[in-house]
Structure formats: structure tokens, C-alpha cells
Write a protein that binds this ligand. Structure first.
Ligand code: 13P
Length: 250
């Protein structure tokens, strides 16, 4: 049985003040969420504050990105060991915003996945197709290519240390959610692709859905057999909405 995970990707949002009040709200409501895991991924700069506020709670935290390198002359980068220093459990890799705005390739993302794993962090690997790709009927090809880059570099067993997030690019921040059936179809494809190499890894692998998930659509999405939680953008910035999704996963 896979334990659902609901992770908030705050992206580049917030202030010290809003971080404090958001976490206060989450901590107050999260006590009822026993059957799902909850995590937040703040901007790097707020991670020490988040660690202070969440230590000893049931909410985990993580980074939104990391360097492929372990240390050295890489201005602006953050290493996996630094995320470890501040208690991170997770780190997002390959978010479509990084693939698009920072031209991160499948191979670079695979190296980030490896760097996270090597440091004992659980990478949350984001994969997903653009609207053009969906309309061209190549959704499965695209997610397979993104997934295979990691399997080729690290081997299929490496996926057991991480989480996959299927995030159709056209559903991110647009208010357009994939229907539960649309999402389930791709999640099942991802799991079967992993199962071709290892059925035990496929069985235990959590595959989250991301893209305009809200309290109102979360239960139906997470109710699908291959959807094991959510990676939440906009709705993770309001305690009430985020907790609504956590409750649905619970
Ligand atoms: P939204 O929930 O705002 O659509 O963002 C999803 C996402 O990109 C999570 O990583």
C-alpha cells in the first residue's frame, strides 16, 4: 500500500511574514491527516526558518531544485549537502518551469536526481507534456523519454528512493486540470513503463499529480488507482486550500 504524499511547491512566492503565518495555519490543521504524508518546498532562503517552525511536526520539507555538483565555483547554486544541513527530506527536480526557463535537459535533470539520491534526499522528479505535445498525440513518448533519462543514468532501482510527479505543463497554473481519467491514463502508463524493468519498484513508487489541483478536485484525482497524491502550486500558498487537499488524500 502506497502512502499518499501531498507536497506544496511554493515556487518563488512568499515573505518571511507569510511563511510564518502559512506554516502556523498548516500546523494547526494537519493533525487530522494521519494517512497521508505532507511536505512543503519553500524557496531556498526560507528553508532555515521552515526547519525551525516544522521541526518536531509531521510536516516534512524540501528544496525546489539543487546543483548537480557537490561544491565549488558554481555561483548561485545550492548543493544537496546544504539542503541536508537544514533537514530537507525532499527536493524537486526537473520542474517544467526549470526545463523551460532554465533550459534544463532530461540528462541534466537525471544528474540532479542522482545528486539528490547520493546525499540521501528523496528527489521528486517532475515529468509532463506541453499542450502541443498532447495535441500531437505524443504524451506517452514525452514522459517516457523524461523518465528513461533517469533510469538510464541511475538504474530502475533508483526510482525506489524518489517520487514521480506527473505535471502536464498545460495544467500548471492555468486552472485547467487534467480530468481524473486523463491523469490516471498517464500515471498507469508511467507505472507500467517502470514495471517493465521492475515490478516491485513500480508497485511501491509514488506517482503524484500536479496541475491546478484544488480541494474541490483532489479527492477524485487521488481516488484513482495510480495517483498517489499531489504536487501543489497555487493552492499550497493558502493553509485552508492546502489542508483541504491533504484531507482529501487522507
Ligand atoms: P499549480 O498547482 O499552481 O497549477 O502548480 C502545479 C505545479 O507546478 C506544482 O509543481
Amino acid at each position: 500500500m502506497r502512502r499518499p504524499l501531498v507536497a506544496g511547491n511554493w515556487k518563488m512566492n512568499g515573505s518571511l511574514e507569510s511563511v510564518r503565518s502559512l506554516l502556523e495555519g498548516i500546523k494547526q490543521g494537519v493533525g487530522d491527516v494521519k494517512n497521508a504524508e505532507v511536505a512543503v518546498c519553500p524557496p531556498f532562503i526560507y528553508i532555515p526558518e521552515v526547519e525551525q517552525l516544522l521541526s518536531g511536526s509531521d510536516v516534512a520539507w524540501g528544496g525546489q531544485d539543487l546543483s548537480t555538483e557537490s561544491s565549488g565555483a558554481y555561483t548561485g547554486e545550492v548543493a544537496a549537502s546544504m539542503l541536508n544541513d537544514f533537514g530537507c527530506k525532499y527536493v524537486i527536480v526537473g520542474h517544467s518551469e526549470r526545463r523551460t526557463y532554465h533550459t534544463e535537459s532530461d540528462q541534466l535533470v537525471a544528474k540532479k536526481f542522482a545528486a539528490a539520491r547520493a546525499a540521501g534526499l528523496a528527489p521528486i522528479l517532475c515529468i509532463g507534456e506541453t499542450l502541443e505535445e498532447r495535441e500531437a498525440g505524443i504524451t506517452n513518448q514525452v514522459v517516457a523519454r523524461q523518465l528513461d533519462a533517469v533510469i538510464e543514468l541511475e538504474g530502475v532501482d533508483a526510482l525506489a528512493d524518489g517520487v514521480i510527479a506527473y505535471e502536464p505543463v498545460w495544467a500548471i497554473g492555468t486552472g485547467k486540470t487534467a480530468t481524473p481519467d486523463q491523469a490516471q491514463e498517464v500515471h498507469a502508463f508511467i507505472r507500467s513503463r517502470v514495471a517493465d524493468k521492475s515490478s516491485s519498484v513500480a508497485d511501491q513508487l509514488r506517482i503524484l499529480y500536479g496541475g491546478s489541483m484544488k480541494p474541490g478536485n483532489a479527492a477524485e484525482l487521488i481516488g484513482k488507482p495510480d495517483i498517489d497524491g499531489g504536487l501543489i502550486g497555487g493552492a499550497s500558498l493558502k493553509a485552508e486550500d492546502f489542508l483541504g487537499i491533504c484531507t482529501a488524500a487522507n
